[in-house]
Design a protein around this ligand. Structure first.
Ligand SMILES: C[S@@+](CC[C@H](N)C(=O)[O-])C[C@H]1O[C@@H](n2cnc3c(N)ncnc32)[C@H](O)[C@@H]1O
Length: 186
């Protein structure tokens, strides 16, 4: 019977995966204004090892008093920078060596599972109400969408971000050999 890992086992498991993970992931978060969405993005980012978050447009920042309710302390574990424009964020991500993949339901976008995600990847997501700006879509090196089969317009931005980060990590992890000393495998 499977049982939940204790906190010390989880720490050990996290350490093992950290050692086996080399790909760098960063984010551009454009004009996300709801504290619970940014808090959720921060928690996922801290959990899955996002290096830097560039916040642009009228995005709120991790120091907003209500972000902590969803971030639960993880906001202190992620490096972030607020930049005035999306152009500045794109320039910063490129200068740091990232290829920019906009995550958006956009014309000419590839399904996420068919999108090349090797190397250091900056995932870019857009505002709750109007999505990624034309400037962000024009500047991105590629655009990917998450296929939907329900009669729903779009995913919540924090959920879309989590799916995109997890898929980017999964591409690297699926190439690794299985490890015998992984406590989750016992
Ligand atoms: C709530 S959506 C934006 C709203 C949408 N453009 C509209 O007009 O209804 C917020 C962000 O979540 C991401 N997103 C949501 N669903 C997505 C999907 N199926 N594929 C890719 N990105 C998605 C995108 O980054 C998007 O900019």
């Amino acid at each position: 019977m499977s049982t939940q890992l204790r906190p010390t086992d989880v720490k050990r498991l996290n350490r093992q995966w950290r050692r086996r993970t080399n790909g760098r992931i960063s984010l551009i978060v454009e004009s996300v204004t709801q504290p619970f969405n940014l808090g959720s993005i921060l928690r996922t980012s801290a959990t899955l090892g996002v290096d830097t978050i560039w916040l642009t447009g009228n995005a709120i920042t991790p120091d907003h008093p209500q972000v902590g309710k969803t971030a639960l302390g993880t906001d202190a574990k992620v490096t972030w920078e607020k930049l005035a424009t999306t152009g500045e964020a794109v320039t910063a991500a490129r200068a740091a060596g990232y290829r920019i993949v906009a995550i958006e339901l956009a014309r000419d976008a590839l399904p996420l599972h068919d999108t090349p995600l090797t190397g250091d990847i900056c995932l870019a997501v857009g505002a709750e109400d109007h999505g990624c700006s034309p400037a962000l879509l024009a500047a991105a090196d590629a655009t990917a969408y998450i296929p939907q089969i329900g009669r729903v317009g779009s995913l919540n931005v924090a959920t879309a971000t989590a799916i995109a980060i997890a898929e980017t990590r999964r591409r690297e992890w699926e190439t690794l050999p299985a490890t015998a000393d992984d406590p989750a495998m016992h």
